[in-house]
Design a protein around this ligand. Structure first.
Ligand code: TYD
Length: 411
């Protein structure tokens, strides 16, 4: 049985991919493990390829979905209060958008713990969450959100359609970029969507990743790094068009893409503006990724130089937030417990475990408070503002936060 899907053709355009960035052998971004599991730890080669046809930047290989999204999946959206507010705003936007018909039906892929759908549930709106991680889906159901634990596919779309009827809105946040069979998902959307329904999804935005050199957004789960160009191309194959794009500040810079059946709705001028901006930034051109690669190398050099200086000074250095993103930084830079003594995280499932690949102990926030490090690396830099305000006492006592985005500096 293959350990991963090895793709040399674009998953959408089915044309050859050109390899552009290689991170070498990497573990699973969320593969937190115990001491006993170290000997069986899974590694794969994390490498990006670009399709000049679809302009879709994607992983050449992705581990099988069952390895990544299972009943011990440790990511719960509800852990960030800012994200909670964001999803409430997203839900309100959908409800007030004018796109929902009478007695609407709203479907969300990867609804996680129900952080967004609960706002539809509480308004009495017919909804369905589709969440493959069983443990997370269970929490959603406990939160009063009707959820099934399945992977979305064309055939699942058919059975949802049969059982519940067509959807007025299909939503997803930080989900589509995880699904290798994007083509199948789009075909499923086409079947499930009402003729004048909408698809609204958001994901980390390639434009921000390139401009901020936030290479830590690249790990096993993020098989695609989307731009308006690539989204437009992918959905156009099923007669679905981009009708609006809305930039979001979440996850260090995301984009919300609104799509509909061709001709069903007016196209906002934001689409043309964003496509023009992307052309200026070169997101549709392969040579842009040569510069990206050089910037990533510089970032690695600067992170290591700062950590080695801190080590020489005898400083206590820890990580803040055992994010999946941090797995790429730690393994690509070769940073182990000699440079970063522990990582604190509020997720109970991660605490007491070791970080993937580099095996740095993950501890509770209480441990962090009892052992305040001289310097904390902001691995959850995308939640920087929330963390800074929460940690004012630590900062006042002399604690410092270090980040690599958009360049290595103290916050
Ligand atoms: P996120 O950037 O959403 O994760 P990922 O890179 O995995 O997509 O970060 C969330 C992680 O950070 C999660 O493990 C919880 C942790 N965290 C804290 O420990 N404290 C905090 O105050 C916040 C906001 C997050």
């Amino acid at each position: 049985m293959p350990q991963y899907e090895h793709q040399m053709l674009c998953r959408i355009a089915e044309q050859p991919l050109t390899p552009v960035v290689d991170f070498g052998m990497q573990p699973l971004g969320n593969g937190f493990l115990t001491e006993n599991e170290i000997s069986n730890e899974y590694f794969f080669r994390l490498q990006l390829g670009f399709s000049e046809e679809s302009t879709l930047l994607q992983l050449l290989r992705q581990p099988e979905p069952e390895r990544m999204f299972h009943n011990q999946y440790p990511f719960f959206s509800g852990t960030s209060s800012v994200m909670g507010t964001h999803f409430q705003t997203f839900a309100t936007w959908v409800i007030d958008s004018g796109f929902l018909g009478d007695d609407p039906f709203v479907v969300e892929l990867g609804c996680n713990d129900g952080v967004m759908l609960k706002h539809f549930a509480s308004g009495g709106i017919k909804h369905l969450g589709i969440e493959p991680a069983e443990n997370v889906a269970e929490v959603a159901n406990q939160n009063g959100v009707m959820t099934i634990s399945e992977f979305f596919s064309e055939s699942l779309a058919e059975s949802v359609l049969e059982r519940h009827g067509p959807a007025d809105a299909i939503l997803a946040a930080n989900v589509l970029c995880h699904i290798s069979d994007l083509r199948g998902v789009i075909k499923g959307f086409k079947k499930l969507l009402k003729p004048n329904g909408i698809i609204a999804f958001e994901d980390p935005y390639l434009g921000d990743i390139i401009s901020k050199t936030s290479f830590d957004q690249i790990y096993d789960e993020h098989v695609f790094l989307f731009s308006a160009h690539s989204v437009q191309y992918a959905f156009s194959l099923e007669g679905i068009e981009l009708i609006d794009v809305q930039a979001q500040s979440t996850h260090g810079g995301s984009m919300r893409y609104i799509l509909a059946n061709r001709g069903a709705h007016k196209i906002s001028s934001s689409v043309e503006q964003t496509l023009r901006q992307e052309q200026k930034q070169g997101l549709h051109r392969i040579d842009t990724f040569d510069i990206f690669r050089i910037n990533i190398e510089k970032s690695r050099k600067n992170i290591l130089a700062e950590l080695n200086t801190l080590k020489q000074r005898g400083a206590l250095v820890a990580g803040y937030g055992a994010t999946s993103k941090s797995t790429t930084i730690l393994n690509f830079c070769g940073i182990g417990p000699d440079l970063v003594e522990f990582i604190c995280d509020t997720t109970p499932l991660k605490q007491g475990k070791l970080s993937p690949g580099m095996h740095i102990p993950v501890v509770s926030h209480e441990f962090f408070q009892q052992n305040p490090p001289d310097v904390s690396i902001l691995f959850a830099w995308n939640h920087g503002r929330e963390i800074m305000s929460k940690e004012s006492a630590y900062i006042e006592a002399g604690g410092k936060f270090l980040t690599h985005v958009p360049h290595v500096h103290y916050v």
